[in-house]
Each structure stands twice: as C-alpha cells, then as structure tokens.
Design a binder for this molecule. Structure first.
Ligand SMILES: [Zn+2]
Length: 429
C-alpha cells in the first residue's frame, strides 16, 4: 500500500481511540512486533521490536538496537489517538414524541455546527457482565453504518440562521436514532440495538465508552486532487506518520519509541494521557530490563529527545487576517514546526534547530507556525509530556484547515514531508 492508502485505511478504521490502537497493533504484529504488558516481566533482546497496549486506547511501541552496549540515545515521537466527537451518556435512550434519540455529551472542542446533517456512526468499547467481578467482558464495537444524524433546523423556522446560531450541547446536539412507537418502544431504542449487535442481553451491558463519529469517507479534493478532505485528520495523520517511521527507519545505535496517547483533546491529564507517568515508566522498564542499573537508567533517559506530533493551522484563504504576519504556513508547502513563547507549543531553539537540520539535510519542506499575538490559539501534548520527561522537545505537525470540524482539510504533499521527517528523526545517527 502507498503511504496515502495507509493513511486512508487508518482514517476509515480508526473510528475511536480503541480502534486506532487495534489497527496500529495489527500493523505492528504483521511486522513482527511482540506485545508486552506493564504488569508482567519483560525479556528483551537486542534488535527486538515490542509494543504495549495501555488501557486499550494508548499504545507504546519501541525498537531496540542490535548491540546491547548502544542502548542509550532514545528518540521518542508522540501523537494522540483521540479526536473531538460526541460521546453517548449512560442511560442513553431518549424518547421524544415517536422519535428515538440518544443522550450525549461533547468530547473535546468540536465545531458543533459541522456535525449537523452528517451520516454518523458509533464505535468504542462495551463492558458486559461476566462471571468474574474484576474482569468484565470487554467487547469492541464499530457499527460502521450511519445509524445516527443530527438534523439542522430549517431556515424557515429561524430566518436569522445565517447571522450565526449558538448551539446548546444538551438541546441541539441530540442525535436521532429512529422511530419508537409506544407499544414497541424498548426494542426500537439504541441500547437494545447495541445488545443485538453484540449478541448479548441489554440488561447485561454494564457500561460503555461509545464515540459517535462522522461516517463519511476520506476524499481527494481540488482541481488536481491536491487536497485530502476527511474526518479525524487531527491526529490520525500523525499516528500514521509515527507508525510508518518506526516500521521503515533503518536500524541505528539507539532506542526508537512511539507513544500514542489518548485524551489529548480533553487536556491529557489522565492515566492514558501524555500527563501520566507512563512514558517515563516505560523508559525505566526498558532500560532496567536491558540490564542497566538505576543510576545508569537516570543518565540514559537524559540522552533522549521527544518529537511531539500534532496538526498545525494553515493560512485560511478567506480569513488571512487570523494568521500571524510573518509565519503563514500553507497547505502543500511542508510540515510545520509549531512555536509559542507561552510554551503552549514547546519552544526551545536548540531542539527546533535539530528538526530544521534534519529537514535541510534531507530536503524536507518545512514551515513555521506561531499564533497571531492577539489570538491565544491551542496547545498540544508536547509541553505536558516534557514536563514529566524533561528532555529536548519539539512540536511539529502538518498544516490543516478547518481543524476540529467534522471534516478537516490537508494537502497531500504534506503527508510525505511529515513521514520523511519522523523517519529521519528515527534513523539519522
Ligand atoms: Zn490534535
């Protein structure tokens, strides 16, 4: 598969953080990576390739050099598996007149109006009653069919709609599931539908983490098909680049690690997020299992560098005034190095210079993104992860339009630049 075919496959399969991890684990397994778990002892071999699935929605993978004496020099690339979407609440079924709907809350900072009038489906994991109280039966589910939609209000019922409408998350974002007439209400509602899909009894479903996602497919758009329009470009483009780079990088004398964290869109400060101890714990465990003593582990960890990979904003063709006056990244002009003196993007000139030298040496196009000084902009996991693992860190990512819309827009050439940059980060000695 070409790199864009691989990206499209991840965009279609990665419909919840769990499914991003499952898809990635399958790819790694095919290439000979072995699964490890934090709760077990590890027997690591030089040249070995391993991955760890952390609570189902976060994944770490790493490769070891052939020679045990060269275990230091750790290069880490991190991205996130989650994206803004709609989460189904417990006790989901809502009946309005004869309409069956589901009660939901918003996950992360979605542009709400872009979720209206779309075909929506649902994916995630469901905990089903088991015989062992501490081990519920966990089922992964992706319905794939567009079973939900959130209809707009007709313009005739709100003549001022084009002046802008504030959408209430508890009132206006409730998806329509079907019709539920009085006498057959139960069977026609979502929980019963879910139970049928899982082939379990509705009363045996204890809890779930279900993500309503945009069920539209990725498409090439533009006169020469130079753009990609798709749901979930933030941040599956980065996940794809990291996995491809780890698989394709030529072996070097050092450890390469990818960290795919959940919960970036809600602040990262969770057990699966970049604000957890897990990355630090992972490095400790790798180095200890390779035979380093505690003092050597502390020293070797500081011989690391972290590349935080998440999307950046591109200059908007109709809103040029929203961008900085000298740093104006555009689609198809290369990856972005993201900077902010507030450290919402990690900004350390020595670390940034390393990435620039990689790009210049390998002729990889790159641009710089900085917020307009009167617009605070967003942040990402780089600063949070590097506060817990204080090593040289840089924030990069490909430029995007319509970030956090149900469909986002990128330039297809930028994927090549991002792939190349992460691959070279992993393979240059
Ligand atoms: Zn992101």
């Amino acid at each position: 598969m070409t790199e864009l075919e691989q990206l499209f496959s991840l965009l279609e399969e990665g419909t919840s953080p769990f499914h991003v991890v499952l898809h990635t684990a399958r790819q790694l397994e095919k290439q000979g990576f072995r699964e490890l778990s934090f709760g077990q002892s590890w027997k690591l071999s030089p040249g070995g390739k391993y991955y760890v699935n952390h609570h189902g929605s976060t994944l770490f993978a790493f490769t070891l050099p052939q020679v045990k004496e060269k275990m230091g020099n750790i290069r880490i690339a991190a991205a996130h598996t989650d994206f803004p979407c709609i989460r189904i609440k417990p006790n989901p079924d809502v009946k309005n007149a004869a309409y069956a709907q589901v009660n939901v809350e918003m996950y992360g900072g979605a542009i709400l109006n872009t979720w209206l009038d779309r075909p929506l489906s649902v994916a995630g994991r469901v905990a089903v009653k088991s015989d062992r109280v501490f081990e519920p039966d966990i089922r992964f589910v992706d319905i794939k069919k567009p079973v939900f939609t959130i209809p707009n209000l007709a313009i005739h019922m709100n003549k001022d709609v084009n002046k802008g409408v504030e959408l209430n998350k508890q009132v206006d974002m409730i998806p329509l599931f079907g019709m539920a007439e009085e006498n057959v209400a139960e069977e026609k509602q979502f929980l019963s539908y879910l139970a049928k899909e899982l082939k379990v009894k509705a009363e045996d479903i204890l809890e779930f983490e279900l993500y309503i996602y945009c069920a539209e497919k990725p498409l090439f758009v533009g006169g020469e098909e130079e753009f990609i329009s798709s749901p979930r470009l933030d941040n599956l483009t980065s996940v794809q680049a990291l996995v491809a780079a780890l698989l394709e990088a030529e072996p070097r004398n050092g450890i390469n690690v990818i960290a795919l964290f959940d919960h970036e869109e809600i602040g990262s400060r969770t057990k699966q997020g970049a604000g957890s101890l897990m990355l630090n714990e992972l490095l400790d465990k790798i180095l200890l299992c390779l035979g380093a003593d505690v003092l050597a582990v502390k020293e070797m960890k500081y011989d690391s560098m972290l590349l935080s990979v998440d999307v950046a904003h591109a200059l908007h063709p109709n809103q040029m005034g929203k961008m900085d006056i000298t740093n104006r990244p555009m689609l198809n002009r290369g990856l972005c190095i993201k900077e902010a003196c507030s450290q919402s993007y990690v900004t350390d000139c020595e670390a940034i210079a390393v990435v620039e030298q990689i790009c210049r040496e390998k002729e990889i196009p790159y641009q710089k993104f900085v917020n307009r000084s009167d617009i605070p902009g967003g942040g990402t996991l780089g600063s949070i992860a590097s506060a817990l693992l204080p090593v040289k860190t840089v924030d990069i990512g490909l430029p995007l339009l319509a970030m956090h819309s149900a469909r986002e827009l990128m330039g297809k050439e930028d994927m090549k630049a991002l792939d190349a940059c992460v691959r070279e980060f992993f393979q240059i000695s």
